[in-house]
Design a protein around this ligand. Structure first.
Ligand SMILES: Cc1cc2nc3c(=O)[nH]c(=O)nc-3n(C[C@H](O)[C@H](O)[C@H](O)COP(=O)(O)OP(=O)(O)OC[C@H]3O[C@@H](n4cnc5c(N)ncnc54)[C@H](O)[C@@H]3O)c2cc1C
Ligand SMILES: *[C@@H]1O[C@H](CO)[C@@H](O)[C@H](O)[C@H]1NC(C)=O
Ligand SMILES: *[C@@H]1O[C@H](CO)[C@@H](O)[C@H](O)[C@H]1NC(C)=O
Ligand SMILES: *[C@@H]1O[C@H](CO)[C@@H](O)[C@H](O)[C@H]1NC(C)=O
Ligand SMILES: *[C@@H]1O[C@H](CO)[C@@H](O)[C@H](O)[C@H]1NC(C)=O
Length: 537
């Protein structure tokens, strides 16, 4: 009895559907249109049917979350892409640019997913948007004979370090300390690390690139010209094109590198010592990089808290020379031979990144981050040592927060020898950089409290840091500094954060942007705006 009934109704249903198709055809969805367009414009026979992820597929969330580092941008209330595309060939990226323009769908590009404000996978200013995730484009081709390597945007910096070290114990590359950073977004924002005082930034050591421009063409350094090549070395991600490859210059590292980590709490003289560090760390031997982590720790009385300062160092040389340098320039820290560990450059990379000692270097090939949390961060640059009274006020504020973190990174050495306009990254003549972080694990419930705390801390620090402009590091994106509200944000709006990230280089970045992408195709909350087109009179 049921069966015929069912068949009849299905038949009716089928006829109805066919009829509606025949007359008013369901219009193809954005996803259908994109898939079709991408297939049409990809000039390669490399198939990519596995490269599309729409929200109704089970793998969509896995892919979206894969490399996203800030959980704050994965909560349900955050906008989600209409479509994720994971190219497996350079020409797929060209097709993505052409099709997103043709179909007028906003495009976000992601390499390592470490953007502080989730700009590579969330757009808060326009819908719909798609994400082009370069995670499958991760070749690293090292050419030791020529001290160079071509590295693809989706590779992590840890993979690059591993592949270099695999070929030579005496070559390295001066980029980030966290090994899961994607080289696509990282290097285009400057990229500093433990060899910056000796060799400068990764962007200072980028010698060529291949990018997809707004027309979908692939350009190398010669084809793009020196203006655009200048802009992508520090001008920040996703304003000028999509970087497919960087060519980097490798630098010499000694076979023996030495590391140490020494902690001091408030009770053991942290304040005086940090005051001293500010004067010493930026002028000490260029082979030596001593950064400071400031966090909370348990106090001596049960239940009490104190502030701890951990001095984490990397020295390009052996322990005997390091101890000599420390005794001569920074005896206050009390570093002795037994605090020092001699190792190789690649193992020092793991130490600095925070891997437990003994972790095999192959962990770098997994391209995974060591942990994710909900976080908000901000940055500052310091030109004059913060007085002890300033530090005491800082301790008071840190003790009010659950899980605060500050990282102080010394400048000087090569950093101050390169001119402010050599590349867009302008922060050269400072003593050190501060990064403030508040991290938490409870989702968005406690977010407002942490955001409020870090913003208050930032105002407290104003008298002690650079001003006019108060500088900030573009790779530590901070949307508190202002956002582009629409696709044609004015120069005036963008200058609120533009001068902080780039000082006067912002003007040149805007000029280059106006030339290479006048319609502002490559855009996000803090992308470089083009100047408005001149009206016709
Ligand atoms: C845990 C952690 C540690 C960090 N440590 C350091 C450090 O030691 N040194 C340092 O300098 N910085 C550090 N950073 C900051 C880091 O350099 C930036 O977040 C950088 O932008 C990350 O690049 P990505 O490719 O991983 O990020 P993504 O989120 O993929 O991209 C960042 C931005 O660049 C754009 N972009 C991505 N790929 C491309 C591409 N191929 N072409 C053009 N634009 C692109 C994105 O759209 C986005 O706007 C750290 C960040 C985190 C979260
Ligand atoms: C897809 O393309 C077709 C044909 O050009 C068009 O009619 C339709 O509106 C498009 N769909 C969307 C969601 O843009
Ligand atoms: C998911 O949605 C897209 C676009 O709406 C459609 O083309 C596709 O067939 C759907 N896939 C599944 C598994 O439902
Ligand atoms: C600090 O003390 C708490 C208990 O008060 C304990 O759970 C925690 O493990 C301690 N942390 C450290 C780093 O010793
Ligand atoms: C920019 O936006 C404003 C309004 O928001 C509009 O009047 C203007 O025409 C736009 N300019 C361009 C170049 O699109």
């Amino acid at each position: 009895m049921m069966l015929p009934n069912f068949s009849v109704s299905s038949l009716v249903f089928f006829l109805l559907i066919s009829a509606s198709w025949a007359h008013t055809r369901t219009p193809p969805s954005i996803q259908d249109n994109l898939t079709k367009c991408l297939s049409k414009y990809s000039q390669t026979s490399v198939p990519f049917s596995q490269a599309f992820f729409t929200p109704n597929t089970s793998t969509f969330t896995t892919v979206l979350e894969s490399s996203a580092q800030n959980l704050r941008y994965l909560v349900p209330s955050m906008p989600k892409p209409e479509f994720i595309f994971t190219p497996v060939h350079d020409s797929h990226v060209q097709a993505a640019v052409i099709c997103s323009k043709k179909l007028q769908i906003h495009l976000r590009v992601r390499s390592g997913g470490h953007d502080y404000e989730g700009l590579s996978y969330v757009s808060q200013i326009e819908t719909p948007f798609i994400v082009v995730d370069l995670a499958k484009l991760r070749s690293v081709n090292v050419d030791i004979k020529n001290n160079a390597a071509w590295i693809q945007a989706g590779a992590t910096i840890g993979e690059v370090y591993y592949r270099v070290a695999e070929k030579s114990k005496t070559h390295g590359f001066p980029a980030g300390l966290c090994t899961s950073l994607g080289v696509g977004g990282h290097i285009t924002g400057g990229a500093y690390g433990s060899m910056m005082r000796k060799y400068g930034l990764a962007a200072d050591n980028a010698i060529d690139a291949r990018i997809v421009d707004v027309k979908g063409k692939i350009l190398d350094r010669k084809a793009m010209g020196e203006d655009l090549f200048w802009a992508i070395r520090g001008g920040g991600g996703a304003s000028f094109g999509i970087i497919l490859w960087w060519k980097i210059k490798l630098v010499p590292v000694p076979a023996t590198v030495t590391v140490f980590a020494v902690a001091k709490t408030l009770e053991t003289g942290a304040t005086k010592l940090l005051h001293r560090w500010q004067q010493v760390a930026p002028v000490i031997d260029e082979d030596l990089f001593i950064r400071v982590f400031i966090q909370l720790a348990n106090g001596t009385k049960t239940g009490s808290k104190t502030v701890t300062t951990v001095y984490q160092a990397q020295f390009l040389g052996g322990a005997d020379r390091l101890v000599h340098v420390m005794q001569k320039s920074f005896p206050e820290l009390g570093v002795t031979r037994k605090d020092c560990t001699e190792t190789s450059w690649i193992k020092a990379v793991l130490f600095i990144a925070g891997y437990p000692s003994g972790t095999p270097t192959e962990v770098l090939l997994q391209g995974k981050s060591t942990g994710k949390n909900y976080f908000k961060a901000k940055s500052d640059f310091v030109q004059n040592p913060i007085p002890e009274t300033g530090l005491q006020g800082l301790w008071k504020r840190l003790l009010q927060e659950a899980s605060p973190l500050m990282i102080l990174t010394p400048y000087g050495g090569m950093m101050s020898k390169i001119s402010e306009s050599a590349i867009p990254f302008p922060h050269r003549g400072v003593l050190f950089k501060i990064q403030y972080v508040s991290g938490w694990q409870e989702g968005d419930k406690t977010e407002a409290k942490h955001m409020n705390w870090i913003r208050k801390l930032y105002s407290y620090m104003a008298p002690y840091v650079t001003m006019s402009p108060r500088q900030a590091y573009v790779n530590y994106k901070d949307l508190d500094l202002g956002i582009n509200k629409k696709s044609n944000t004015s120069f005036i709006e963008a200058s609120s954060w533009g001068y902080r990230y780039f000082k006067d280089n912002f003007n040149r970045l805007v000029k280059i942007k106006t030339k290479v992408d006048p319609n502002n195709f490559f855009r996000h909350e803090q992308s470089i705006p083009p100047l408005p087109k001149r009206g016709h009179h």
